[in-house]
Ligand binder design. Structure first.
Ligand code: SF4
Ligand code: SF4
Length: 197
């Protein structure tokens, strides 16, 4: 039985080999040819900028730094006169990074992403530490979905507080009217019943 099984697997393997015999080789002739990485592949870490203002999306919340399992991210900030955080330093040590993508998952502000880029080898490992300017520069042409837009759209209701206030009463006023309608309808239905009895 064992021999039959082995022969069966051998034929199966030869069949797969035969299928690829006439096909073009998958090998890429690097560096003449370069591989386009799939959209969700994890290449180098970059910082994303606002598409309109060009400023970094980062809010210095440090969530990515805390999520990083290898301590590759270093963030420093100060608070301005309005107590708003101002990013002073954002370093990523690509020598420590294990390309896990946890920093991207932790970020709620579309500020950091694993870009589909590679070829950043250096002779000196100190060159693997990228500051925020380089992270921003490399990330400028990286496409991303700005989820902050949705969050910005929700705060806007500040203006629509009045409109919300206007819109709120409507359902309230409409509910009672429905309630009023129902009894009326019921009343309208009852008489015929009563009339019938
Ligand atoms: S990149 Fe995102 S998670 Fe990291 S500090 Fe900036 S806003 Fe926070
Ligand atoms: S990909 Fe992983 S290891 Fe690299 S900086 Fe992000 S969280 Fe840290």
């Amino acid at each position: 039985m064992g021999v039959v099984k082995d022969l069966k697997n051998l034929v199966k393997g030869l069949g797969i080999t035969g299928k690829h015999l006439g096909r073009h080789a998958i090998t890429i002739q690097y560096p003449e040819e370069r591989w386009t990485m799939p959209e969700r592949s994890r290449g180098i870490v970059v910082l994303l900028s606002d598409k309109n203002t060009g400023e970094l999306n980062c809010t210095s919340c440090e969530l990515c730094m805390k999520a990083c399992p290898s301590g590759a991210i270093k963030i420093e900030y100060h608070r301005d006169e309005n107590k708003k955080k101002v990013l002073d330093l954002f370093d990523v040590d690509n020598g420590l990074c294990c390309f896990c993508g946890l920093c991207e998952e932790a970020c709620n502000f579309s500020a950091i992403k694993m870009a589909t880029k590679y070829e950043f080898s250096v002779w000196n490992k100190d060159g693997l530490i990228w500051d925020k300017d380089r992270l921003q520069e490399v990330g400028r042409d990286v496409p991303y979905v700005d989820t902050r837009r949705k969050k910005k759209a929700t705060p806007k209701p500040a203006e629509s507080d009045t409109s919300a206030a206007e819109s709120e009463p409507k359902p309230e006023s409409s509910e009672p009217s429905d309630e009023n309608k129902q009894p009326k309808e019921n009343q309208g239905e009852q008489p015929p019943e009563g009339g019938g009895s």
